[in-house]
Design a protein around this ligand. Sequence first.
Ligand code: UD1
Ligand code: MG
Length: 460
Amino acid sequence: MAFTALVLAAGEGTRMKSAHSKTVHPILGKPLVAWPIEAARAAGAERVVCVSGAGAAEVNAICERLGAEVVEQAERLGTGHAVRVALEATGIDSGCVVVLYGDTPLVRPETIARLSEKVTVEGLAGAVLTMEPPDPTGYGRIVLDAEDRILAIIEHADATLEQRELLRECNSGVYAFDGAALARLVGKIERSNAQGEYYLTDMIELLRAEGLSVGRVLVDDPTEMLGVNSRAQLAEATKVMQRRVNERLMADGVTMLDPDLVWVGPDVRVGRDTELWPLTFLMGQTSVGAGCVIGPNSRLTDVTVGEGCRLEETVASESVIEDGVTCGPRAYLRPGTHLMRGAHVGTSVEIKNSVIGEGSKVPHLSYIGDTSMGSGVNVGAASVTCNYDGSAKHRTTIGNDVFIGSDTMMVAPVTIGDGAITGAASCITKDVPAGALAIERSRQVIVEGYAERHAKKTAR
Ligand code: UD1
Ligand code: MG
């Protein structure tokens, strides 16, 4: 059901001890603030508005990239103030409005949907997502009336010792409101409390005072509400999300030798019967087909991998790897690499902005950059495309079925025709016609009996 989401993200994040705003710190490669924005979208939010702190350019840029509107809260006067500023700036005064926090990344879309549906379907003025954490210290406590309905929320700082002890159900900070009631009453919130802040929690009392009904939903999994205020909590939230992603993948038919040592971003897709070995990181918009073995020790960011590939100790980004490719150990694929079907990139090989054709092999100790290579090519060990002249990059073109002898230097721009051969240790500076041999090295000299004479000389 459609609703508007407000994501409160004006927190300063002093405990992160960082030069950056708190909510730009990533979990599995995605900034904190992106998580509630995307969860809200997945739950059906039509419009997402983020409240950011003054001058939080990094946060604003992320929100805008994700299509969320940004409202700056110049002064951080409390959650009630943040919501008021957002409603005033956007003119939102109807529909269902869900409030989320920018530093609470683990809320599930299903939970947000449950809360917004409760308000819309039951025609409530509001609903609070509540939780029962093992240690409620610091959280606002839910106060119920005689009919077990939520009457108010008392902040920890304002609660009596008795209330702190007795009231175990806490406010998670996630709410759904009837937008009209919220817009009408949010300005009535006052700041006469222990922290001198405008508490959004006061909305509950204001709604009840008007005779309106407020509901509550108890969250099933309290880890959803884990807030990130420190690096330790960032690590904790990352761990929770790592488990969630890995459990989903394993349920879908992916093998992990040790799920604690496999890190997969939330948007990554992995096919059935693929094995992810320890210390494998799949990040960004990466997708891996069925029946692959990835790792150990591999990191793929924004890489598309086909089926039946074997990538061992491979670091790759912004690359395409077709079916049946083998890579590594210690392969480095930089942006713009395209390995076609059945290609092989071996040990200590770096490829950049190049196409390696079907079944072509670059097995050992080579650099291939800015190159188009046909099919069936074999590149001998330690060969290099010399693509950079100190100021500009140049292209190398290699045809089909070419044999590049070991230690060939290809000084670009240069073209090597179909079926050509280069002699080992040649420095190729001129185009090689199809079917030709290009050899560039001095002739070998043989000095008979030299070793014996040399030994005698050095023995003296
Ligand atoms: C709030 C709730 C508390 C609840 C807890 C759950 C209030 C008054 N209290 O307390 O009942 O148990 O969350 O975590 O709401 N923010 C702004 N602008 C502001 C103030 C806050 O954007 O002016 C943002 C913060 O960046 C943060 C979120 O709102 O993401 C919560 O603010 P915070 O001050 O941490 O609230 P709590 O004291 O944790
Ligand atoms: Mg606070």
